[in-house]
Write a protein that binds this ligand. Sequence first.
Ligand code: ADP
Ligand code: MG
Length: 398
Amino acid sequence: MNIHEYQAKALLKGFGAPVAAGVPVFSAGEAEAAARSLPGPLWVVKSQIHAGGRGKGRFKEASAGEKGGVRLARSVDEVIEFARQMLGATLVTKQTGQAGKQVNRLYIEDGADIARELYCSLLVDRAVGRVAFVVSTEGGMDIETVAHDTPEKIVTVAIDPEAGVTAADVAAIVSALKLEGAAAKDAETLFPLLYWAFIDKDMSLLEVNPLIVLKDGHLRLLDAKVSFDGNALFRHPDVEALRDLTEEDDKEIEAHKHDLAYVALSGNIGCMVNGAGLAMATMDIIKLYGAEPANFLDVGGGASREKVTAAFKIITADPAVKGILINIFGGIMKCDVIAEGVIAAVREVGLQVPLVVRLEGTNVALGKKIIADSGLDVIAADDLDDAARKIVAAVKGA
Ligand code: ADP
Ligand code: MG
């Protein structure tokens, strides 16, 4: 789950991180009040969408002006003008895709006197099985370019979970970022607290780009992007409350309600599978036969008929889906339950695209019989290979 920049900053401020004063707003009137509550003489009007690259982004509407999604304003009037232009407009950045994202909230922030822009993130480094800091002196711009062109300018410091952030870790980061004076002193508290926030809130990514050195020598978080581990959200109701459903995929929201593990993807073959491993294998084999999955969907080990029906509805509601592959290995989940769920769902929502069903395991004979007797136009498959070949052929032929 992702949150907005202003929410991430408020959260990190709660842990003691240095952030500027700022106010989230939903209208030009609120933007004016926010600007008047801040000291000036520089304000920053920042689009709040769940995507990075806003500063270099472009609005689709000409009325939103030529500047990007993060704008420096030198008067209250200018804050109001930018707020009018940006609110409701669609911002396209490197991370939004061509469709862009509508800007419904702005963050009005106190402008900073920037001496240097640095990069700092925390992530789970799977190679070493630890949470690691990734830092670079080349902040502000897109870090993927730095990683590609000058990888030596990116330094990783993995943290020992027993010890936490040690003085040696801080020293390594300070040296990598070439911090001195007040900034080096700030680092002694900042990096341990960022690590603690990451662990305490079960984050999966914390990215500060840029982390800045102010002209007065101190450190400040100028941008903040935080993602949380969805599987740990149950222990963070405060984080769950920050959810902005307008930023999320409708199908994923619906799946979440039914407790289905669903991820929307860009292909055209809808998949319904039980078990995450089998779901991954199913997506792989679809690709092997030259097509792309429209989603990842694990209905779980003990899904009910209602859950199967809900899953089927989510798949068929996606206009990109040109064929459906149901691949079930009945263990705890019985094949006849799946078969009944599928038939109930097809009767309810109809079937506009080819459907291939592969059943194996507990009660497989009964499951196959239920589908055969239903009179529905279902293509039966013998095994995973056969199923993938059949659905890809059906979709390509259509
Ligand atoms: P994004 O990464 O989505 O483009 P940022 O928050 O990093 O958005 O802002 C882009 C750039 O705008 C920053 O690199 C910085 O140069 C400038 N900027 C952002 N916030 C402020 C601020 N409060 N004061 C001064 N400049 C800012
Ligand atoms: Mg940024």
